[in-house]
Design a protein around this ligand. Structure first.
Ligand SMILES: Cc1cc2nc3c(=O)[nH]c(=O)nc-3n(C[C@H](O)[C@H](O)[C@H](O)COP(=O)(O)OP(=O)(O)OC[C@H]3O[C@@H](n4cnc5c(N)ncnc54)[C@H](O)[C@@H]3O)c2cc1C
Length: 376
């Protein structure tokens, strides 16, 4: 019965990869270190090419495909799912905004897994909406750019081969205006991890997502070519505004986490011989119903069939992440003391589920962006 919800579809992950990811989730959580071997298996699986167009060696999958893979990964290993989510997001941004040279340089490697991508937008003090960046990009006399600053909470830090970095390139910080995501005068750069001055640092000591290599990335006088700019100079906000239009949703991670929690609940009920009790069966059905609703809104975001797909993506993140937190908490209550020990899977899933609410756009920012759309 575990995995029964949404189980009508053929799994995209092999049974072997699923088992390795699940085993790895148990070991990386106490260590708080990424599992480089399991990431190597993910890279070799062919799945990382999902968001890369066919002509660049990928599968040319849409957001439905991306959301499905992310949810399947998260059901067994949420940390690896967010590493993959960032990889898919950067692949999509390069496909959308990259020059032909950038696409040819990066997309084949992103497709075959030889290149793993990460996003480094956040920094301490920048605010969830990234309006107050301290990191700077300064154009040098020879046309190249010098990047300086310190990025925080970059998932995949130290394991990625390329970072999509957001810095302020306007000499003056723009006036702080309410609303929106990003600000005028900010620019994206594609920065290879081997660029001198790029210094990742783990050991953040996160409460959840402990195998995700979420950490700091220092940019210490890091010089990149003008050809490494992604999108318009000073116009990163327009790139950011388009992200939600793709339909790829962090809500997919939440759906996977909720599925993982549901599976724990079913296994527990089976093991304890509780499935014969109508009250237990009804509680499980209620959990399954909430999980199905979350999956449906994430699927709708991916399919981009609503009148405003960008808004649906925001709703999907909000709905699925809140649902996953609630489902994990309900499962923890169902398990009683069996789920209340150091290292209990449900405790880990609850911490992972909470982390999604803080990932960008944070849930509060999603609420702001949805409300802003009503007033234009
Ligand atoms: C597990 C995890 C992985 C992450 N991975 C990445 C990554 O790969 N790359 C990356 O760049 N970042 C990443 N982040 C950072 C994330 O994207 C957020 O930007 C960051 O966590 C926001 O930090 P904060 O909540 O401290 O912001 P704060 O601005 O301090 O927010 C504090 C609270 O106020 C709310 N708030 C702040 N500003 C607004 C606003 N304008 N409107 C409404 N509410 C607001 C926030 O929602 C939050 O609840 C990750 C975070 C986590 C937890």
């Amino acid at each position: 019965m575990p995995g029964v919800v949404g189980g009508g579809m053929r799994p995209l992950l092999t049974a072997e990869l699923r088992a390795r990811l699940s085993e790895s989730a148990d070991t990386t959580d106490p260590a708080g270190e990424p599992d480089r071997q399991v990431l190597a298996q993910l890279r070799a699986s062919g799945l990382l090419g999902t968001a890369v167009p066919v002509r660049h060696g990928g599968a040319g999958g849409d957001a439905v495909a991306v959301n499905r893979i992310v949810a399947e990964l998260a059901a067994v290993n949420p940390s690896v799912a967010i590493v993959a989510f960032q990889h898919f997001a950067v692949s999509a941004r390069i496909a959308e905004w990259g020059t032909e040279e950038q696409r040819e340089r990066w997309l084949p490697g992103l497709a075959d897994g030889s290149v793993l991508a990460a996003s480094a937008w956040s920094e301490t003090g920048a605010g969830a909406a990234k309006r107050n960046l301290s990191s700077t990009g300064t154009r040098l006399a020879d046309g190249r750019w010098r990047l300086d600053g310190s990025k925080a909470f970059a998932t995949g830090a130290g394991v990625a081969d390329i970072y999509l970095v957001l810095v302020r390139t306007a000499s003056e910080a723009p006036p702080v205006v309410p609303g929106g995501y990003g600000a005028d005068g900010q620019t994206f750069f594609l920065v290879g991890a081997d660029t001198p001055g790029v210094v990742p640092e783990l050991g953040f000591g996160l409460a959840g997502m402990r195998g995700s290599a979420t950490g700091l990335v220092a940019l210490d006088g890091c010089v990149v070519a003008d050809a490494d700019l992604l999108g318009p100079v000073g116009g990163a906000a327009s790139v950011i505004a388009g992200v939600r239009e793709s339909g790829a949703s962090l809500g997919a991670v939440s759906v996977g986490i909720a599925q993982g929690a549901f599976d724990v609940a079913v296994r527990h009920a089976e093991h304890r011989g509780l499935l014969a009790l109508p009250t237990v069966r009804h509680r499980l059905v209620d959990l399954a119903t909430r999980l199905e609703a979350a999956r449906a809104v994430v699927d709708r975001a991916g399919a981009r069939t609503s009148a405003d797909p960008g808004l649906t993506t925001l709703h999907s993140k909000l709905h699925a992440s809140v649902a996953a937190e609630e489902i994990c908490l309900d499962v923890a209550r169902m398990l009683g003391s069996a789920g209340y020990h150091d290292g209990a899977r449900i405790g880990r899933l609850l911490s992972d589920a909470r982390g999604i609410a803080f990932m960008g756009p944070t849930n509060d920012l999603c609420r702001d962006l949805v409300a802003a759309s009503w007033t234009g």
